[in-house]
Design a protein around this ligand. Structure first.
Ligand code: IMP
Ligand code: MG
Length: 186
């Protein structure tokens, strides 16, 4: 499927309706999984700015339990579309997560290096539990092992935009998830 209003997008992978349905399912799953423990220690959902913010806003509302929300911003050294694995924290959490149930809400796992670093960093703060919900998991060779508890969709190894994902800060507000034409970034 294509977007007649957007010539930069070669293919729509998931429509806004498909995303909404899937996020709802993920929220229901989280509600079931955390039902017994959410009331005592509380759930803190963390999104990694800026891509993860739209997904977290939707996912948090699909979870029928008390959820706090917090944000981190990181930058990975490296150029353009590629991650190097060296991560710098630009904005840290405002919440103390020790003893809390933490769910990271991430937009996409590509190399997995950013999350690998963040898992280590957040685990050192001794949360009661730490899990990952990602909207997309890219099917790429040699992806770092990151235990994803909730995955929206497994997507092809292409440059993806929309629903929070950008190229040079553009396309984040597209309501669907699509493939960016390679002419745009080459
Ligand atoms: P990593 O390679 O798994 O460390 O991915 C780090 C970050 O790069 C993701 O959280 C996204 O913000 C960004 N990223 C990776 N792949 C894409 C893509 O296809 N489109 C837009 N952003 C991406
Ligand atoms: Mg991200």
């Amino acid at each position: 499927m294509q977007d007649p209003n957007h010539e930069d997008i070669s293919e729509i992978l998931y429509t806004a309706d498909q995303i909404a349905l899937r996020v709802d399912e993920m929220g229901q799953q989280i509600t079931e999984d955390y039902y017994d423990r959410a009331f005592e220690e509380g759930i803190v959902m963390i999104s990694i700015l800026r891509g993860g913010a739209i997904f977290m806003a939707d996912l948090a509302r699909a979870v029928k339990l008390p959820v706090e929300m917090d944000y981190m911003a990181v930058s990975s050294y490296g150029s353009g579309a590629h991650t190097s694995g060296v991560v710098r924290i630009l904005k840290d959490l405002s919440t103390t997560i020790e003893g809390r149930h933490v769910i990271i809400a991430e937009d996409i796992i590509d190399t997995g290096l950013t999350l690998k670093y963040l898992l280590k960093n957040l685990n050192s703060r001794k949360p009661a539990s730490l899990s990952i919900a990602t909207m997309l998991k890219k099917q790429v060779p040699n992806q770092a092992e990151v235990p994803c508890d909730y995955v929206g969709f497994e997507c092809p190894n292409e440059f993806i935009v929309g629903y929070g994902l950008d190229y040079a800060e553009r396309y984040r507000n597209l309501p669907y998830i699509g493939i960016l034409k390679s002419e745009v970034y080459q």
